[in-house]
Design a protein around this ligand. Structure first.
Ligand code: AGP
Length: 618
């Protein structure tokens, strides 16, 4: 979820670009850079600078080594996906002849084969990024004598994945060219000037006239105007609109909270976390898992350690790992792990799940595990953070920066990474055939659309939440992979609405918690999909028990599940998904419910009381 700015007009581009990047700082990033088109002795040239860390580092560098005057430029704040956050990997990246500068947001799935093609032609690439590959690719097209627009069109036809590319050509100072596929890009329409941004916050102080672009489009901006084409060069149209948001709303994409925005980003985040996971040979491939297949084949026990929401992701992972890989899997709170004197060997794989990569409890736990000579694999959303740096291997989720303290897209993308790990282990250990693994991958590929279907029905969830303003206690029930979902739903309500909420394994009710049931007590029930032995029926009997004692049952069940209807005071239908994948869709209504209830109660949803986004103390 990088920040991108492009400008062509009559103002000083450096100022417009840097201030635009400042407006995009809220997105979270780990490096920043700028490129300007100017001329030296009458010849076009690119002047650029880029620094890891905050924008202040770039400001300092530019102050010490000023850039030339220019009215055409691009800028970038990077949220690292491929390659650690450092000066070399920061954007912009230049082509081989430094004629072209380019910035990028997204993931180019086939960058490795394109890199090999370029290196075979003698290109030398300096960074670990997929972006530099794109810069060399577009510039290579320029050498055919075509203009930047056509060069971009041609290069994009070679790319697979999700991307926004923005580039400038030293020999063509009057234009900035961009392209998008499944990644944000918006045009700002000015008088004698035009802008590009990853969102309107980049240029809203200059113009509120914007243009939305469609899929697989190339846009060329000059002082005089804007031209849109397809990747094949065919004429296309953008959609003009007036931005009536203030800056704060612009940063939240028009939502009231970053959390609500991030809930709605989940289809994209899940899709991005699945990109590039299948090799051209049809086998799974996982980035930066620096453990050999032999190392993984030797694993005879897995212990997952995490905190809070990430711990619940680990609980879901346990079901998947044990079902697909037949490896014993424990899930442990990181804060408890090292004090219980765990039994760890060199054949134990410790999996640390952390969105921030800085949680002190989890960090101390992996240090303990490594002292016991166990292998550690991190599942993390923050490239270059401490936990992946101190691990033997990592699977990065590609949720983009998560600003809201309450984790949402971080959680769903952790689930995706856990499923990928389980499938990869099954592939390595041979406990699942390739076709079975690909069947699950195909099911995962359908999940973003199913999450979107749940989001499209959000109004019903909001009406329901409004009825529970002031409620004092809420229970959540689930079974199997739905049990961690119940716990996560309860945590969301605790941390956002400050309501006592508790999640239970539905089978545990009769062992005590059913004593809590009283008239009109709201009980949210995550009903497993049918067809999974008696799991579904046993869940219904648990719901009957609480309803018979006066509870108000709010049931989340897959569409077409008629058996639940007589026992549901409120029914929230979920898209059909396999049992193990149901957490990916069942969690979303609970996120929306907690977010709306807290909003109606007047709470600060993004910064709940007493909480921090990253708990860096034990
Ligand atoms: C979840 O909504 C909370 N913000 C909290 O439980 C969080 O999941 C926990 O602190 C772990 O954080 P991490 O994933 O960054 O390690």
């Amino acid at each position: 979820m990088c920040g991108i700015v492009g400008y062509v007009g009559s103002k000083q581009a450096q100022h417009v670009v840097i201030e635009g990047l400042r407006r995009l700082e809220y997105r979270g990033y780990d490096s920043a850079g700028i490129a300007l088109v100017h001329s030296v002795d009458g010849r076009g040239a690119i002047a650029s600078d880029k620094k890891s860390g905050k924008l202040a580092n770039l400001d300092k560098a530019i102050t010490e080594s000023p850039l030339p005057e220019s009215t055409t430029g691009i800028g970038h704040t990077r949220w690292a996906t491929h390659g650690a956050p450092n000066d070399t990997n920061a954007h912009p990246h230049l082509g081989r002849d430094s004629r072209l500068a380019l910035v990028h947001n997204g993931i180019i799935e086939n960058f490795a084969e394109l890199r090999a093609e370029l290196e075979a032609e003698g290109h030398t690439l300096l960074s670990e990024t997929d972006t530099e590959v794109a810069a060399h690719l577009v510039e290579r097209e320029l050498t055919d004598g075509v203009d930047l627009t056509v060069a971009m069109q041609r290069a994009c036809q070679r790319l697979q994945g999700a991307f926004t590319l923005v580039a400038v050509d030293a020999r063509d100072p009057d234009r900035v060219v961009a392209a998008r596929r499944n990644s944000p890009l918006v045009v700002g329409l000015g008088e004698g000037e035009n802008f590009l941004g990853s969102d309107v916050a980049a240029f809203i102080e200059h113009t509120r006239e914007a243009m939305e672009l469609g899929q697989d489009q190339v846009v060329t901006i000059t002082r005089e105007g804007v031209e849109v084409t397809g990747f094949d060069g065919s004429p296309a149209q953008g959609t003009r609109y007036h931005v009536d948001w203030d800056l704060s709303s612009a940063e939240k994409d028009g939502h009231d909270w970053f959390m609500r925005k991030e809930i709605h980003e989940q289809p994209r985040a899940v899709a991005d976390s699945l990109l590039g996971r299948r090799g051209t040979d049809g086998l799974l491939q996982l980035d930066e898992v620096r453990l050999s297949d032999d190392d993984l084949r030797d694993i005879d026990k897995i212990i997952i350690i995490a905190c809070g929401t990430s711990f619940y992701a680990g609980m879901v992972a346990k079901y998947a790992i044990e079902h697909w890989c037949r490896i014993p899997c424990e899930v442990e709170l990181a804060s408890e792990f090292r004090y219980r004197d765990p039994i760890l060997t060199q054949s134990t794989l410790v999996v640390a799940i952390s969105q921030s990569g800085e949680t002190a409890d989890t960090l101390q736990a992996i240090r303990h595990a490594r002292l016991q000579r166990s292998k550690v694999l991190a599942i993390c959303n923050t490239n270059g953070s401490t936990i992946p740096r101190e691990s033997d291997a990592v699977i990065y989720t590609h949720a983009g920066p998560e600003i809201g303290v309450a984790s949402t897209k971080g959680f769903l993308t952790q689930l995706v990474a856990c499923y990928l790990l389980a499938l990869y282990l099954a592939q390595v250990k041979g406990t699942r055939f390739g076709d079975e693994i690909n069947e699950v991958m195909d099911q995962l590929d359908e999940i973003p659309a199913k999450i979107q279907a749940v989001l499209d029905a959000e109004a019903g969830i909001y009406e329901l939440a409004a009825k529970y303003v002031g409620t004092k206690s809420v229970l959540f029930l689930g079974r199997h992979a739905g049990y961690p979902v119940a716990l996560e739903g309860a945590l969301k309500l605790k941390e956002l609405a400050y309501i006592h909420a508790e999640g239970f394994a539905a089978g545990e009710l009769k062992h005590g918690p059913i004593a809590l049931i009283e008239e009109d007590l709201p009980v949210l029930c995550v009903v497993p999909p049918r067809g999974r032995d008696q799991l579904h029926d046993k869940m219904i009997s648990g719901i009957q028990e609480v309803r018979a004692r006066g509870a108000r049952t709010i049931c989340l069940a897959e569409e077409g599940d008629t058996a639940i209807v007589p026992y549901a005071d409120v029914l929230i239908t979920l898209p059909k998904v396999p049992t193990l994948l149901q957490p990916l869709v069942a969690t979303v209504p609970l996120q929306l419910f907690a977010c709306e209830l807290a909003t109606q109660m007047g709470h600060d949803v993004d910064q709940p009381r007493n909480l921090a986004k990253s708990v860096t103390v034990e």
